[in-house]
Design a protein around this ligand. Structure first.
Ligand SMILES: [Zn+2]
Ligand SMILES: [Zn+2]
Length: 110
């Protein structure tokens, strides 16, 4: 978290984040790993299923065929492959299921 940000308890509203100085355009205030991510079905084979970055030209996962990982996530150094492993088996089952049986939120990873 950037300097100039603090978290305080507030009356009746719980914990909140406050700026203690002015920030300029483009300044990074905070970086955090999302609790859940999902790639839109139309982008599933062109965007990384873990970090959502552009992954055009990457081959689909050998197992499920329904997702791609960018070169950075595929290297495994960030544990990204383990994140995809959680959804890979389910995506493989969905790939052979009739369209009517595919729930739209099946790709949501929490
Ligand atoms: Zn990635
Ligand atoms: Zn897979």
């Amino acid at each position: 978290m950037a300097s100039g940000i603090e978290i305080r308890d507030t009356d009746g509203r719980g914990r909140s984040t406050f700026a203690t100085r002015r920030f300029g355009a483009g300044e990074v205030l905070m970086r955090a790993i999302p609790a859940a991510t999902s790639v839109n079905d139309e982008l599933a084979l062109t965007h990384c299923c873990v970090c959502l970055s552009d992954a055009h030209g990457r081959s689909p996962c050998d197992r499920c065929g329904a997702a791609v990982l960018c070169a950075s996530c595929f290297s495994g150094s960030s544990g990204a492959m383990r994140l995809h492993a959680d959804e890979c088996e389910a995506l493989a089952r969905l790939a052979v299921a009739p369209d009517a049986d595919r729930p739209k939120l099946a790709r949501l990873r929490i």
